[in-house]
Design a protein around this ligand. Structure first.
Ligand SMILES: [Zn+2]
Length: 85
């Protein structure tokens, strides 16, 4: 079990993402897709000057927010959910 890493843009002051550990747990337990998305959803604000911030999902899993100087989709095409606010 490893921490989820989420890349955020240099100017982002808030984030919204999915905890991969929760998603995986919901998937293996056979939860409905909608319920899985709901329980894995994590959102909040992040200090604009912070290079990296560690947040926790509702279940307590660590999620590492890292600032990227490039659009994350260009060099990390791994399908991770990322919504920039
Ligand atoms: Zn989680």
């Amino acid at each position: 079990m490893s921490a989820t890493t989420v890349w955020i843009s240099p100017g982002a002051a808030s984030f919204s993402c999915l905890c991969e550990v929760c998603l995986e747990a919901a998937r293996t337990s056979g939860a409905l897709f909608f319920d899985a998305m709901q329980s894995a959803s994590v959102r909040g604000t992040v200090a604009t000057g912070a290079e990296a911030t560690i947040v926790r999902c509702r279940a307590g899993h660590e999620i590492i927010l890292r600032r990227s100087s490039r659009p994350p989709a260009l060099d990390r095409p791994d399908g991770r959910q990322l919504q920039l606010a």
